[in-house]
Design a protein around this ligand. Sequence first.
Ligand code: FES
Ligand SMILES: [Fe+2]
Length: 338
Amino acid sequence: MERVAFTSPRTSRCSTTSRFPFPSTPTGWFVVALSSELPPGGVSPLRYFGRELVLFRAESGEPRVLHAFCPHLGAHLGYGGQVEGASIRCPFHGWCFDGQGACTAIPLATRRRPTPSIPSFPVCERNGMILIHFHSAGEAPAWEIPELPEHDSPEWTPFDMRRWKIRTHIQEMAENGFDVTHFRSLHGLHNQPEPELTFDGPHCRMRVRTVMETPFGVHDGDLAFHSLGFGFGLVRFSGLIDTLLVTAITPIDEEYVDARFFYKVKKLPDEGATRIVGQGFIDELSRQVDQDIRIWENKVYVERPVYGEQDGSIAAFRRWARQFYPGTDDAQQQQPAA
Ligand code: FES
Ligand SMILES: [Fe+2]
C-alpha cells in the first residue's frame, strides 16, 4: 500500500505529557486513512490514540478498525492478516474476527469456546477519507461527518493533500484558528479577522469578513469555518476565488498528532490560472502551518492565561472544548468563564 511520507518532524525540549492537563484523545471522528489507500481485501496496521490498530476492508467494501492484537496469542493482525468475507484471519494460527471483533472461526476446533472479542471502533467513509470514532467510555457517535458537495464535483479540483507529524496536542491546533491576533503577529497577514462565532453542540462555526492574498492580488471575501469536534474541520473562502480546506487531525499518542490538510479550488475558466491559484493557496497555508509548528512544538498550555483584549474567541473556544473530555474533572475546570 502506498503511504504518504510524513514531513516536518521537529525536535523539541518538552514532553507533551507534562504540557497538557487533559487526555491526548478527545471525543470525535478522526481520519485514519484515505479510501485510495485501502483496496478491497486490504489490510493495514495503524497506530493512533496510543494504540496499535488494524484497518481492513471487508470483501463487501466496508472498512473496519479493530485493536490490533489477537486474543489467542497476541499476533498483530495488521502484519499478515488476511480478509475472508467480512472477517480478518490472524496470520499466526488462523483465528478469524469480524468487523465488530467477534471471533467467527477457529481452525481445527471441535467445539465452541468462549473467546473474548477484540475492541472495535465505529468507522465511516466519506469524501475519500476513512474515519474512526473515539469516545473514552466507548459511547456511540453523537454526530456524523457530512458528505461535502465539493467532493467529486467537476467544478472543483481534486483534493491535494499535505501531511505533517507534529509534536503537540490536538487541542492546541484546534485553538489556533480562534487566536485571531496571531494571524497578524506570527503569520504577517495585513488584516486581523473579527469573527462571528456560533456554537451548537459539537459544531462550532465562525464567519469572518476578510481578504485573501492570491497570486493575482488581494481579494475581499468571506471565510467560513466549521469545526466538528477537533478532528475534522472545514474552511471555505468565497469571493472572486473559492477555496476549500479540510483539516483532519488525529492523535497518534501522548506526544504526536498526524495532521492532514486537503486543499481544493473551484476551477477558473483558465486551467493555468486555476493551477497557479491552487499552488498559491497551498503554499500560503503551508507557510502558516510551518510557522505554527515551531510555536506548537515548544509551547506550554497555560490553563489560566492573561487574556488580551481581543482574545475573547479563545476563551469561548475553551469553554466549547470541555465537552470533548467526558468524565475528566480537571478538563472540565480547565478554563474559568470569560
Ligand atoms: S495469535 Fe492469532 S490465531 Fe493465534
Ligand atoms: Fe496559525
